[in-house]
Design a protein around this ligand. Structure first.
Ligand code: DGY
Length: 334
């Protein structure tokens, strides 16, 4: 590629230094050193002049922006696993290739799902807060203080048994949870056997029978509010919901109501319906120790972010070398 003109690449957020450095070596890379979130106007202006846009989950690249893009924009190489923030159909109509960064966030995300599965029933965040809020002053151990609920021997219902769901299942099995799952397709008999997993083609049936629900499916039009008010009401009053996928999969207003009314025991959430805004009613529940809230950090490891950057670089490089980039995202079949 040395004699070829380097592609002009616009990166919307600050990326880890090694990724940015390599991007500068390989491309005409426009960085965002101070990490100021780009406005819609910034994105539109960039899309009118650059060859490659590297957005993240914080940028909404919708049909209107894509249709207004200049003819030189050939590739949207998203620095993300999820791709619900990019209108892939609109990009395909305009002949723009879209790529993402799959596989490299699986284990990190599954770790945090497991952390939330533990945190809520075992009151982890609440316990940590007690010590810090009281400046280390606590009465000492007592047989009946800070009692949570046992994880071992309980049933976990995983919604979406893809890479992340399966990685959650592996961890959960080691913690003594019985694995149940709902997925569009049943996983292979080998995977099912190794996880000792029980498949439910009916999500409704599964929800009524498990103690903890972990949401691990992608955000698509079909999964929007999959956990609707009706489905949340099917869960047991002693059960918990954990969401490390996307906020829109769960009807947040209905979830808040169910927890408030004691129809569900609590929730652990890393993602929200209107990020970065967090519903104040959820914050109130957090203060009452009914939910554990994390600021969309399930995949936040330095190793993971560098791997994501590597993937973006490979996708851009492969595209401009005239090949099909490895992580192409195709429009969904309707
Ligand atoms: C992704 O890349 O989809 C993640 O949600 C970011 O943490």
């Amino acid at each position: 590629m040395s004699n070829k003109k380097k592609p002009l690449v616009y990166i919307t957020r600050k990326l880890p230094d090694p990724v940015e450095t390599r991007m500068r070596e390989l491309f005409e890379a426009e960085l965002n050193i101070d990490d100021t979130p780009r406005t819609r106007g910034d994105l539109a202006a960039a899309m009118a002049r650059v060859d490659v846009l590297v957005p993240t989950v914080t940028d909404r690249i919708d049909a209107e922006l894509i249709e207004a893009a200049g003819p030189q924009l050939k590739l949207i190489a998203s620095f993300s696993n999820g791709i619900d923030h990019v209108d892939v159909e609109a990009a395909a109509r305009k002949g723009i290739t879209v790529t993402n960064t799959p596989n490299v966030l699986t284990e990190d995300t599954a770790d945090m799902a497991m952390a939330l599965i533990l945190s809520v029933p075992r009151r982890l965040a609440e316990g940590a807060r007690i010590l810090t809020d009281r400046k280390g002053e606590w009465g000492g151990w007592s047989p009946t203080w800070m009692l949570g609920h046992r994880i071992w021997g309980k049933r976990l219902g995983i919604i979406g048994m893809g890479r992340i769901g399966t990685a959650v299942a592996r961890r959960a099995k080691a913690f003594g949870l019985a694995i149940h799952y709902h997925n569009r397709h049943r996983v292979s008999p080998q995977t099912e056997a190794s996880l000792e997993a029980t498949y439910w083609d009916s999500l409704d049936q599964m929800l009524a029978r498990v103690d903890i629900v972990s949401v691990n499916c992608p955000s698509t039009p079909a999964t929007y509010h999959l956990m609707s008010a009706r489905r949340l009401a099917l869960m047991q009053p002693t059960s918990y919901l954990v969401n490390t996928a996307r906020g829109g999969v769960v009807d947040e207003t209905a979830l808040i109501k169910c927890i408030r009314e004691g129809k569900i025991a609590g929730a652990g959430l890393d993602v929200f319906e209107n990020e970065p805004i967090v519903n104040p009613k959820l914050l109130k529940l957090a203060h009452e120790n009914k939910v554990v809230l994390l600021p969309h950090m399930s995949s936040a490891t330095i190793e993971g972010r560098i791997d994501m950057g590597e993937k973006v670089i490979i996708n851009i490089r492969t595209y401009f070398d005239g090949h099909r980039p490895p992580d192409r995202v195709l429009p969904r079949r309707t």
